[in-house]
Design a protein around this ligand. Structure first.
Ligand SMILES: Nc1ncnc2c1ncn2[C@@H]1O[C@H](COP(=O)(O)OP(=O)(O)OP(=O)(O)O)[C@@H](O)[C@H]1O
Ligand SMILES: [Mg+2]
Length: 287
């Protein structure tokens, strides 16, 4: 257990289990003529790890982007903690208690690892590099406290030794851990992860699985992931998309036994390592 497991600076105590629920109902998204999502509904229950799976192009990232305000749905409702989020913007996420890592890495290349993680803690952190710089605290005391929290987050991800390095100089799996530390440092109620295991070794993937499972004590997680072993091991519930439509939902066992899921993956299974591993979004750096 890392230091973040018992966060010294956290307001949350072990007596208050997660209560925040994310409900996405009847979500449709059209990109020009392409229907990326059609009437998809998904609820991430408090303290649960919810998996979102499906073949390449199924619409997973699109739904993920709806949840973090990067894509505005053509139709549908997003309700977070009982309030409808009508005009959700990524810059509001931290304040709402939501953190995310994007497919790829998305660290700021001109900031050190530590600075990248410190930015993640800021309640009003914006997406851009300059606003991120401005968001860093000005008072010495705030700065010290933030620095300590950022170091603790890095330590939980076993990455504190890279604090002074620039992301571009680090191996891809380390960059991914830093991106996760940046998401965790804000102590979110909901963590959105888009393919956190891509580019990781089997051992790193197992560690990630343990970490995500452990996180569910203090937050809910929406996990978009291609690696089935990981998804089946860590998720409480799973939603399966194919061509923008939900084809199955349930517990890992239910989803695994669903013929519609097997069928959707048949065409995909032949390409063992999907091309998505080379797709980087929103990212300043690459691995
Ligand atoms: N910005 C966009 N403009 C136009 N079409 C898009 C855009 N983003 C996604 N799409 C299309 O929407 C569909 C769903 O894409 P999405 O990226 O959500 O799939 P995915 O399930 O995340 O796939 P992968 O496993 O490859 O990451 C695809 O047909 C894709 O080409
Ligand atoms: Mg995707």
């Amino acid at each position: 257990m890392g230091p973040l497991a018992q966060p010294a600076g956290s307001q949350r105590t072990t007596e208050s289990p997660p209560t925040a629920r994310l409900e996405m109902t009847g979500i449709s998204v059209a990109f020009g003529g392409v229907l990326a999502l059609t009437d998809v509904s998904l609820t991430v229950e408090p303290g649960q790890v919810h998996g979102l799976i499906g073949p390449n192009g199924a619409g997973k990232t699109t739904l993920f982007n709806v949840a973090c305000g990067l894509v505005r749905p053509t139709e549908g409702r997003i309700v977070w903690r009982g309030d409808e989020l009508r005009r959700l913007k990524p810059a509001q996420l931290t304040r709402l208690g939501i953190a995310r890592t994007l497919q790829g890495v998305g660290l700021f290349p001109l900031m050190t690892v530590l600075e990248n993680v410190m930015v993640g803690a800021h309640r009003h952190a914006k997406a851009g590099f300059f606003s991120a710089l401005v968001a860093l605290p000005t008072s010495d005391r705030d700065e010290r406290r933030l620095r300590e929290r950022a170091m603790a987050a890095l330590a939980e991800l076993d990455a504190e030794q890279y604090a002074g390095r620039y992301p571009g100089s680090l191996p891809y799996p380390v960059q991914k851990r830093v991106a996760l530390a940046r998401a965790l440092v804000a102590d979110p109620d909901l963590l959105l992860l888009d393919e956190p295991a891509s580019g990781l070794s089997e051992e790193e993937m197992n560690e990630l699985g343990d970490l995500v499972r452990g996180l569910s004590d203090r937050m809910s997680v929406l996990l978009v992931e291609h690696h089935m072993d990981l998804v089946m091991r860590v998720c409480d519930r799973i939603t399966v998309l194919d061509s923008g439509v939900q084809i199955a939902a349930g517990t890992p066992a239910e989803v695994q036994a669903d013929p519609a899921v097997t069928e959707a993956y048949l065409g995909d299974a032949v390409e063992a390592e999907p091309t998505h591993a080379t797709t980087f979004e929103g990212g300043a750096t690459r691995g």
